[in-house]
Design a binder for this molecule. Structure first.
Ligand code: M6R
Length: 631
């Protein structure tokens, strides 16, 4: 949420900042801004625009802003409307200090009131603006000490201010009296330093860095750094100087290319068959001696043998994948499993039980709610000092290099490649595959299924890629046509049961996110307990009906909707029972365990085509951001 870029070096800052911001626009696009120290007169030049980055580019792209040190920001609004006055960077009253920030300063009101009492006039409604004013105050105090080095002075001033801030932040600060220096700091929000030769770039995420350098130094929580073209001084919260080796970026995974697709989301849906193929190759490994197929993890899985229950923490689409995971872990692997909204878990966790595995699921690895819930769980378990209750952890993420990858060492990398579309598709699919892997592993450990049953699931997964490829092509065409029928639709109901109930939720979320049509997903059996009151001719019902345990029940529930005049769309194979649907989006006949992996494809494509048909900004839907780094 919000993207930060900051540079110091010898090249013109303007183009580096704009390039970096372009790569971070998925983190927010309510406004954008930059501040650069003019290398001739040493004054700060600040430019901001409302809305997408393109507005800022149109404003400053042709300008000759001389200067090699600068900061930039692309905003997802929290405090204050998406207007120019609330766009970052924010400046102090002297116009010499500029700050960009990601996160929320929770005690900003108290700080603002105090500053206002001292006569400071605020220009924005943001929480961030208190920071430059406080830094300026500190700088004025420090001036009395006549410190020689202006960069170090700025570092001390920022550090002093940080101790007064409550909440989470990643920030970058410029001071025109220290024209080569940048000070950056982080607490519970990501910040990565890219190391060039005689230049540094600092950003919220690696895509902004990858074209600049492959060598990075991710900052740890509570660290602060002074960057000049000559080097980095990095300190921890105790003011101890830190020396760490930088690491290398896996650049192939950061490449951002739309190929011939109009939207990234469309391309990402099409990448799912290949992703599955890659997952099979990386994760389903046959032991050459026993001939047994095991799931291949990058960590030691011995600890899983003692696990008696699982709790999964996630948000949004990741939570929906976790719900399918929970179904597989309970029904296939026989382990009691609960899924929690990470944002709720943190403040109302269940009592601690022994031998529990906690799984954090987040494609970005940066979701503040999920990270905070995991931290809370880790520390309350560590505090107990009971071996049976110790935290057993796994992270499922597309970004092993992210904050969750640093928080948890047992990482299942979904390796879906960078996902640009704000609405998650292929990363959802990758998360599902990871849960199939875990269910197989636990079923093998717990002997909850026979070898034949486990091998059947493995072989069904291995046969999936060509089936998926066909499905994507077929439903791309079907959905494109069907999208026309949704021109006047305002509400859609999605129904599913059992393993496909979470897919109904995901179908509804995708539609809401990118087409702004109200949609709700229900377990089909719940309709009659209330939501059925919503049904009428203009409310289509999309029902997932795949042969298995609850097929007949789902068909009966669909009948109930039909009796209320709803237009019924079935995501179902052509078979006895599915003739009830007014329109069939056909699925191949498959084993029920596999059905979520098939059913989600038509739903993703339908949402995509409805939004594209309406001419909406599919990849950057309003009010959303790809990484939600505020709680
Ligand atoms: O990065 P995460 O998977 O932790 O993100 C969680 C949610 O914010 C995310 O899934 C959100 O719901 C997306 N917009 C889904 O398309």
């Amino acid at each position: 949420m919000c993207g930060i870029v900051a540079v110091t070096g010898y090249r013109k800052a303007l183009s580096l900042l704009l390039d970096g911001l372009e790569k971070l626009e998925y983190r927010g696009y309510d406004s954008a801004g930059i501040a650069i120290v003019n290398s001739e007169n040493k004054e700060l030049v600040c430019n901001k625009s409302e809305g997408k980055l393109i507005n800022l580019i149109n404003k400053v792209g042709q300008k000759e802003i001389l200067g090699t040190v600068g900061i930039g920001h692309t905003r997802w609004a929290t405090h204050g409307k998406p207007e120019v006055k609330n766009a970052h960077p924010h400046l102090d009253s002297s116009g010499k200090v500029a700050v960009v920030q990601n996160g929320i300063i929770e005690n900003f009101l108290e700080l603002r009131n105090k500053l206002e009492e001292e006569g400071i006039i605020f220009k924005s409604d943001t929480d961030t603006e208190v920071i430059p004013h406080l830094i300026n105050k500190e700088l004025n105090n420090l001036k009395k000490l006549n410190l020689e080095d202006s960069g170090s002075t700025l570092l001390i001033a920022v550090r002093n201010v940080l101790s007064d801030l409550e909440g989470a932040y990643a920030l970058a600060v410029l001071w025109s009296d220290a024209p080569d220096s940048l000070v950056i700091a982080r607490r519970q929000a990501p910040l990565i330093i890219g190391l060039g030769e005689g230049e540094f770039i600092c950003a919220s995420d690696t895509p902004a860095i990858v074209d600049f350098t492959q060598t990075i130094l991710p900052m740890e929580d509570e660290e602060i750094a002074l960057l000049t073209p000559l080097g980095i001084e990095l300190y921890d919260s105790n003011n101890e100087r830190q020396y760490r080796n930088p690491i290398s970026l896996k650049c192939s995974e950061q490449v951002v290319d739309k190929k011939n697709f109009r939207h990234y989301m469309h391309k990402e849906i099409y990448e799912q068959p290949e992703l599955t193929q890659k997952w099979i190759k990386n994760y389903l490994i046959k032991n050459s001696e026993s001939g047994l197929i095991k799931v291949n993890y990058s960590f030691d899985t011995n600890f899983l043998e003692n696990i008696e229950r699982i709790q999964i923490l996630a948000c949004g689409t990741s939570r929906h994948a976790s719900m399918v995971g929970s179904y597989l872990l309970e029904q296939f692997a026989g382990i009691p499993t609960d899924v929690f909204y990470a944002s709720e878990f943190r403040y109302s966790p269940p009592p601690i039980l022994p031998n529990t595995l906690t799984i954090g699921v987040t494609q970005s690895g940066e979701t503040a709610d999920t990270l905070a819930a995991l931290s809370m769980e880790i520390s309350r378990r560590e505090d107990l000092k009971d071996e049976l209750c110790k935290p057993n952890l796994i992270a499922i993420t597309n970004r092993p290099d992210s904050s969750i990858g640093r928080q948890i060492s047992n990482v299942i990398d979904i390796s879906a490649g960078i996902e640009i579309g704000v609405a998650a598709t292929k990363t959802f699919f990758g998360q599902l595959l990871s849960f199939y892997g875990l269910a197989i592993t636990f079923a093998q450990i717990k002997r909850s299924k026979t070898d034949d049953e486990i091998n059947q699931l493995i072989s069904n997964l291995e046969n999936l890629p060509p089936l998926l490829k066909e499905l994507v092509d077929q439903h791309n065409e079907i959905s494109e046509k069907l999208a026309h029928d949704f021109s006047d639709i305002k509400d859609v109901i999605f129904l599913g049961r059992g393993i496909n109930y979470p897919i109904a939720l995901e179908g509804a979320l995708k539609l809401k996110e990118i087409s702004y049509i109200h949609a709700a997903g229900y377990p089909a059996g719940e309709m009659k307990h209330g939501p059925i009151a919503l049904l009428e001719k203009k409310v289509p019902v999309i029902s997932i009906a795949t042969p298995g345990k609850v097929f007949e029940k789902v068909i009966s529930n669909a009948q109930e909707a039909k009796a209320r005049d709803s237009y019924l769309i079935g995501i179902a194979p052509k078979c006895d029972g599915t003739e009830i649907f007014d329109y069939l989006m056909p699925l191949p006949l498959s084993d029920e365990w596999l059905s979520p992996l098939l059913a989600v494809i038509p739903l993703q494509l339908l949402s995509y085509h409805i939004a594209a048909h309406r001419g909406l900004d599919v990849d950057q839907p309003r009010n959303l951001a790809k990484s939600v780094t505020v709680e």
